[in-house]
Design a protein around this ligand. Structure first.
Ligand code: 2IO
Length: 410
């Protein structure tokens, strides 16, 4: 058995969750945390079952976990015809011709943000680049002012903390709600203005979109915009930094990607499998359910452990090895509903931004790799990750051969 004192809330687990994944899957696949009154599922087949059996496992838990800071219901809470229609509108906003425009925005932001660091030969990929990059790209895509990025990032910090906290003190809860209210007050006048004078940006498209006769109210759009901001910002810098870390730690794979950039999607898919930035996905059991002989009572909160499921040997061979060439990765499927890894979830609520996420990380990595010659960890740099719900590097200090920006970006 797993040590009965073992807890998802322990410092040991927080320091390196992956060290506990095998033990959890094998010895406690339905791990109960009394303090949270929640069940943690770690096997790939159990997690997939929860995410795809929509009648038995609902997203009702988001009413308390997300709605207060989203200022309205998010897409993942919706069901039936309303969900289908609104999801189609969002998917349309992040694929096809819209995505082609977004790729230009991604490239422009990346080039501008990296330029000042090129002559220095050192860059913190999380704090100098990834965080401002993720916020600015999302603001541009939505048609918001990217110069507001610091303020928006601060508000989003509070919103994200609320959604992803495992325990929240009353003080922090107040702070998170303040952030959400201020973000709402910032967005509502802009949304109302776009409704009257729509442009080509995503907010305008959401205002004017109609599917099967279903359109969106200002409250709907506010919640959706906050949802898009959080979902596009929170995992982006983490995925980018994890991709670079894994490639630097596996120099032969980095060399292959450098000579053949068509391998980048595989490297991104393997990064998402190996270290998914969203580690937990909550659901509510609608009725009593049995997993591996353990009963989960009706009404219980269930957390899908995406990181543990993605390293289940029943789903991937040698799951603890980072290998962009793994035959069971299925790169082409990895950003679709047929993905074997669960980093984008599964089922009806699978991430509608997966194609955007892929394009974003692929575009920025393809731009950065040729600029960062001989990229390596800075000497003496101590690598540390944080987060149980979303998880990623605190920072990632990289050294590379300095260069003149004019020539490189010419
Ligand atoms: C925002 C956890 C950052 C989503 C959530 C209430 C709904 C949904 C997710 C991801 C990542 C966030 N859930 N994005 O897991 O929109």
């Amino acid at each position: 058995m797993v040590d009965p004192r073992f807890s998802i809330l322990s410092e040991d687990f927080a320091a390196a969750p992956h060290r506990y994944f095998a033990r959890l899957r094998e010895q406690s696949p339905v791990h109960y945390e009394p303090e949270l009154d929640s069940y943690f599922l770690s096997r790939h087949r159990d997690v997939r079952r929860v995410l795809t059996d929509h009648d038995a496992f609902t997203t009702e838990t988001l009413q308390v976990r997300a709605e207060p800071v989203m200022r309205g219901p998010v897409l993942a809470q919706m069901t039936g015809a309303e969900h289908t229609a609104k999801r189609k509108i969002v998917v349309r906003g992040f694929t096809g011709p819209a995505l082609q425009d977004q790729i230009r925005v991604i490239r422009a932001n990346a080039a501008e943000l990296v330029a000042p660091f090129l002559p220095l030969g050192r860059l913190d990929l999380v704090n100098d680049f990834g965080k401002p990059f993720a916020v600015r790209v999302t603001l541009d895509v939505l048609g918001l002012d990217r110069d507001d990025w610091r303020q928006v990032a601060a508000w989003l910090g509070g919103v994200g903390e609320f959604i992803t906290s495992i325990v929240l003190t009353p003080d922090r809860r107040r702070h998170c709600l303040d952030c959400a209210e201020q973000l709402e007050a910032y967005l509502v006048p802009i949304i109302e203005q776009r409704r009257r004078h729509p442009g080509a940006d995503l907010i305008s498209r959401l205002c004017t979109a109609e599917f099967d006769g279903i359109t969106m109210s200002t409250r709907d759009i506010t919640a959706l915009v906050v949802n898009i901001l959080v979902a596009a910002v929170e995992p982006a810098d983490k995925t980018l930094a994890l991709l670079f870390k894994h490639l630097i730690d596996h120099p032969e794979q980095l060399a292959r990607v450098r000579t053949d950039p068509t391998l980048l999607p595989a490297a991104i898919a393997e990064t998402l499998r190996y270290t998914p930035p969203v580690q937990l996905v909550p659901r509510q059991a609608e009725q009593e359910a049995v997993f591996a002989g353990t009963v989960v009572p009706a009404g219980a909160t269930v957390f899908c452990m995406i990181g543990a499921a993605n390293r289940d040997p029943d789903a991937f061979t040698a799951p603890d090895t980072f290998d962009i060439h793994r035959p069971d990765l299925g790169t082409a499927r990895s950003f679709t509903a047929a993905a074997q890894h669960l980093a984008f979830g599964a089922g009806l609520h699978q991430c509608p931004g997966a194609a955007f996420a892929r394009a974003e990380i692929e575009t920025v990595a393809a731009l950065l790799l040729p600029l960062l010659d001989d990229v390596r960890h800075s000497p003496g740099f101590g690598y540390r990750e944080t987060g149980l719900y979303t998880r990623g590097p605190v920072s990632l200090s990289l050294d590379f051969s300095p260069s003149g920006t004019a020539r490189r970006l010419g």
